[in-house]
Ligand binder design. Structure first.
Ligand code: ADP
Length: 268
């Protein structure tokens, strides 16, 4: 069964054909949901340990979503139980003056994972064809060339042993309304709300058009986008854990061979 959508390179993404509410007819409290989530997490733990010990390949998880799309919650759940020594989150905010004085991939490249490591990008180089496009921060001729520049950058990473897993958390506009309202209703969530969120929400359609083009143009053989139905947080968390586990499984990290005979060593 198809639990999420892998964008096939060369096909045009239409987000209005994606159901952000999709959940396989499951219920949050179904035993199978707990079983699948726990099994995926356990597999991630085991494979991360191998990846770290092997020290040859790395995993980069690029996380993009509309505002309130659940990036922080996804990161919290996905990394739960992993060995913190081998994983890290890199968040990309409005570029600093120093960052703007360089090419758009400069700050990104500094944060890519070293061998053996898993890094999650909370926002990424894709902001440079999303918010930058919607707010016309650079001319179209500049952002349009970035699709190709991004593809070549990701190919370089792949050639050098970094698996690039790109996840788009897909929520509906109505779900965003509810999540913004929840931030207003709960004093402990007020800090998460900014009045600027409403002007961004007013540009929802522009953002969706920008996402559609980025997902279409930047789904390559080595780094296709995955579209995750994310209206239901428990379903999103389960699917993301399953995708990360499946990706690590494909990478097939192995514990390194040692060049001594452990059986022949006596510890006094
Ligand atoms: P988040 O929403 O990710 O939790 P913030 O509320 O600090 O964190 O938002 C980060 C902001 O940085 C977002 O509004 C995002 O659009 C902006 N941003 C990220 N990358 C860029 C970029 N390359 N150019 C302009 N703005 C960017």
């Amino acid at each position: 069964m198809e639990h999420f959508t892998t964008v096939v390179p060369g096909t045009r993404v239409r987000l209005d054909e994606i159901d952000p509410d999709f959940h396989e007819g499951l219920k949050k409290r179904d035993e199978v949901v707990k079983e699948r989530t726990d099994a995926a997490r356990e597999e991630m733990r085991e494979l991360q340990s191998r990846l770290y010990a092997e020290g040859r390949q790395s995993l980069l998880i690029v996380l993009q979503a509309p505002d309130t799309g659940g990036k922080d919650g996804t990161i919290r759940h996905t990394f739960r139980g992993l060995n913190p020594s081998g994983c890290r989150v890199a968040s990309f905010k409005v570029p600093t003056t120093e960052e703007l004085a360089h090419d758009f991939l400069w700050r990104i490249h500094q944060q890519t994972p070293r061998r053996g490591e898993i890094v999650i990008f909370n926002r990424s180089h894709y902001e440079d064809v999303l918010v930058v496009r919607v707010h016309e921060l650079v001319p179209e001729a500049v952002w349009r060339r970035r699709y190709n520049q991004i593809n070549e950058f990701e190919e370089l990473l792949a050639d050098c042993g970094t698996r690039v897993l790109k996840l788009f958390l897909c929520i509906s506009k109505e779900e965003q309304r509810e999540r913004l309202q929840a931030r207003l209703d709960n004093p402990e969530k007020h800090w998460k709300f900014s009045p600027g969120d409403l002007s961004e929400r007013a540009r929802w359609d522009d953002y969706m058009a920008a996402y559609e083009e980025a997902l279409t143009e930047c789904s390559t053989e080595v780094a296709p986008w995955q579209i995750i139905p994310a209206n239901r947080k428990w379903y999103r968390n389960m699917i993301v854990a399953e995708i990360v586990a499946a990706t690590l499984r494909e990478m097939a990290p192995v514990y390194p061979e040692v060049d001594f005979d452990p059986g022949a060593i006596v510890i006094e």
